[in-house]
Design a protein around this ligand. Structure first.
Ligand code: PLP
Length: 212
């Protein structure tokens, strides 16, 4: 089931006309180790998690060094050390203070942590992320930190008008030619996101089925 779902998602990605490379992140929050293992057996390498303790348990139980772990959930400042030690990417950076702590806590034996600045593209009070207006002021403060590498942006738009929001993110991206990663698009709108330049899509439901 998970194997054929993954194939379908990859077919959907391939069906969209695009020139950029697209990285598929399987968002495995709430999924068991055995479900994740099925995806690994089908060739999946990138996984996304939202809750730190749950993620650490699974990373430890799976123990596969070839996997790439993405933290996509809200970040509390007392969790930054564990996140920085155990993940390869953070998509949900939304404060300079958190960036500083992630950089301080990144083990020197690892390459700089890849980070994406989360943008609250529809200015929703229920969602985290910086506003479009704040981005320009924050970027230089993140870029000067030694042990994290700012790669781009992430957003979780309102589903009703995601195409429009994706276009706004693409416009933002175009102002920063040194950045190379744009994380947007979930199960329902991955095609729209890729059409508008997503380089990372984050898919849960369409790979693992409906969450409880
Ligand atoms: C859960 C989650 C996803 C996956 O959503 P689906 O609709 O299940 O594909 C993607 N991104 C984030 C940040 C999530 O929390």
């Amino acid at each position: 089931m998970i194997r054929s779902n993954l194939e379908k998602v990859k077919d959907r990605i391939a069906s969209v006309k695009h020139t950029q490379q697209v990285r598929l992140v399987a968002v495995s929050k709430t999924r068991s180790v055995s479900e994740i293992q099925q995806a690994i057996d089908a060739g999946q390498r990138d996984f996304g998690e939202n809750y730190l303790q749950e993620a650490l348990n699974k990373i430890d139980a799976i123990g596969d060094q070839s996997l790439v772990w993405h933290f996509v959930g809200p970040i509390q400042s007392n969790k930054t050390a564990k996140i920085s030690e155990n993940f390869d990417w953070v998509h949900s950076l939304d404060r300079v203070k958190i960036a500083e702590r992630l950089s301080e806590r990144r083990p020197r034996s690892l390459r700089p942590l890849n980070v994406l600045l989360q943008v609250n593209i529809d200015s929703e009070s229920t969602k985290s992320g910086v506003s479009l207006e704040e981005v320009a002021g924050i970027i230089p403060q993140i870029e000067k930190l030694p042990n994290i590498s700012l790669r781009g942006f992430m957003c979780i738009p309102r589903p009703e008008n995601s195409a429009q929001s994706f276009s706004k993110m693409a416009e933002l991206m175009s102002k920063y030619p040194k950045l190379d990663s744009l994380s947007m698009g979930m199960s329902l709108d991955l095609e729209l996101a890729i059409e508008r330049g997503a380089t990372i899509v984050r898919i849960g439901t369409d790979i693992f089925g409906k969450r409880e």
